[in-house]
Ligand binder design. Structure first.
Ligand SMILES: NC(=O)c1ccc[n+]([C@@H]2O[C@H](COP(=O)([O-])OP(=O)(O)OC[C@H]3O[C@@H](n4cnc5c(N)ncnc54)[C@H](OP(=O)(O)O)[C@@H]3O)[C@@H](O)[C@H]2O)c1
Length: 232
């Protein structure tokens, strides 16, 4: 991985995204761009044009991307008092749409705009933060309809993009990552004492260890924070 190239963190303003930027810096990258909804340039998944404008800004740097890390996502919607659904009775059109917009459609637009900018000469990585609850085979508890389904769909997008990119750029690696339960606004209402809770820094160190060691043959896979492969 060429550390002279760009590292981009979309959702770089979030808890895990901020910690990931620090760890990318520790890897030796100096050109790191952290993007949130209020940065300049910014990305808001409600506005495809914001992604196009960010990509135009990045193209002006005339360097390929070595790491595109997507740390965006939602689980609950505090402003509208919406929590993940415990039963199908709680499924709500607006909340479901919001989950799919931010957890699935937004990352699909990142694939569309950023994949062509990934380094073709040396290893490059497109990583997205998914969630273990998005694994269909691992679903033992039910509930959380919109979040689970939007992350399962995100996993499918990563697998699909990995197949297309094997032809277009053999050095590009596409992965979905589960960060573990990490202390953040997103997870706070659901943290239980029996769960191992990592700080954003701990999780970011673990996730960057995976990214550092990824091989092109591992494209299209889903990894847990400890490096073990997860089932789709
Ligand atoms: N924390 C956990 O325990 C845990 C467990 C499993 C999976 N994950 C996954 O890890 C990811 C990051 O979680 P986190 O705990 O770091 O959450 P977080 O601190 O709430 O960060 C969420 C990020 O998403 C961005 N975002 C929200 N709405 C957006 C939109 N409309 N357009 C573009 N960006 C938007 C936020 O941008 P702003 O800063 O601009 O608001 C922020 O950067 C999520 O995908 C989550 O599902 C987390």
């Amino acid at each position: 991985m060429n550390t002279e190239n760009l590292a981009i963190i979309v959702g770089g303003t979030g808890s895990i995204g901020s910690a990931i930027s620090n760890e990318i810096k520790n890897l030796g990258f100096s050109d790191i761009i952290k993007i949130g909804r209020k940065t300049n340039p910014f990305i808001d998944f409600n506005d495809e044009n914001s992604i196009q404008q960010t990509v135009d800004f990045i193209k002006n740097k005339k360097k390929p991307i070595s790491i595109l890390f997507d740390a965006t996502g939602i689980l609950h919607d505090k402003n509208n008092n919406k929590m993940p659904e415990k039963t199908f009775k709680n499924i709500d059109l607006d909340f479901a749409k919001k989950n799919f917009l931010i957890n699935t459609i937004g990352p699909s637009l990142l694939i569309k705009y950023f994949s062509p900018l990934l380094d073709t000469e040396q290893r490059s990585v497109f990583a997205t933060l998914s969630a273990k609850v998005g694994s269909i085979s691992d679903n033992g508890y039910g509930g959380w309809y919109s979040y689970r389904a939007s992350k399962a769909a995100l996993n499918q997008l990563i697998k699909t993009a990995s197949i297309e990119m094997k032809i277009k750029n053999k050095n590009a690696i596409f992965v979905a990552l589960h960060p573990g339960t990490v202390d953040s606004d997103l997870s706070r209402p659901f943290q239980k004492s029996n769960l191992k809770i990592q700080s954003p820094k701990e999780s970011a160190i673990n996730l960057m260890k995976i990214i550092k060691n990824l091989k092109p043959t591992e494209t299209g896979k889903f990894f847990n924070w400890d490096g073990l492969e997860l089932p789709w």
